[in-house]
Design a protein around this ligand. Sequence first.
Ligand SMILES: [Zn+2]
Length: 365
Amino acid sequence: MKTIKEIIDYLESLVPTAYQESYDNSGLLVGDKHQSVSKILVSLDCTEEVVQEAIDKHCNLIISHHPIIFKGLKKLTGTNYVERTVVKAIKNDIALYAIHTNLDNVLHGVNTKIAQKLELLDVQILIPQSTSLKKITFFTPPQNLDAVLNAMYQAGAGQIGNYKNCSFSTEGLGAFLPAEGAIPFIGSIAKQETALEKRTELIFPKHLENKILTTLKTHHPYEEVAYYIQTIDNKNQEVGIGAIGNLPNGMEEKEFLKYLKEKMNLPLIKHTKLLGKKVFKVAVCGGSGSVFLQNAMLQQADVYISADFKYHEYFDADNKILIADIGHYESEFYTKELIIDLIWKKFANIAVVLSETITNPISYL
Ligand SMILES: [Zn+2]
């Protein structure tokens, strides 16, 4: 039997909580991570009904997209649905884990799932993050570089898009004077030294900084490792908001909206005025993505699919783009499948079930 920790360590290796938005509360919300997992229930929301479903189906871990505890809790007296859900989970020894905006923000996450449902090609992040990468530069004797570099690659450094193990090295002379108390790898105390060294630079995701530094220091032969770390402005192609891609063949707008309705199994679509042009480029953002309309327009998308647009926000389409508001719940409905697929990729034998509770708080007549 796996523990909750084993499941979440794996999920977070693919979908780090460091990638969640600042307002979010992803991660383990209720429960002991060392507890064994009997069966997992995967849902979009975590409500009292979902906890009941977990009890009925003998699940002791609920993985939901939306975190039930979002703003913080000061009391647990059962006066609202959030408190009642948490109390019910605790009483029944059910752990609650949320994988929210970090799953929105990874390339293989919520938005790529929507893009796959629509069979879009050349899918990329709509707004790649520009604050998630750092660069490390370090100096080694030439004969030690390979061992250090391989360990750094293993730790997650040196990945650019589809290219792994990327680094750049030059050779030069390092100078140093080992002072009293030093145990130098090269040279001797109180004697100025110069040594042939390789200067190597590579990028890494900033949430791995501690791991990368520990790896460098563990595998480097010097007593005092010379290195520096810099924050860089490069956009991370694998982390960010929304997705954008192309239809294999252009479609008339009406035809596309019908296609969208069918592929995403939608009860209705709220959309802006048809512009009388074909749809090729499609931008998507699951959940409340109205604020990213301008980004979709900047990328020259023909359609922007998201949810939770307010009345005045539809005017911002300004006859330049077709907004398709497909509903928050509906836009993220297939996130459950995505989470299950992630778990099964590594833990094929673990018992996981999809929640059958309809948690959409909005009904249509
Ligand atoms: Zn959402």
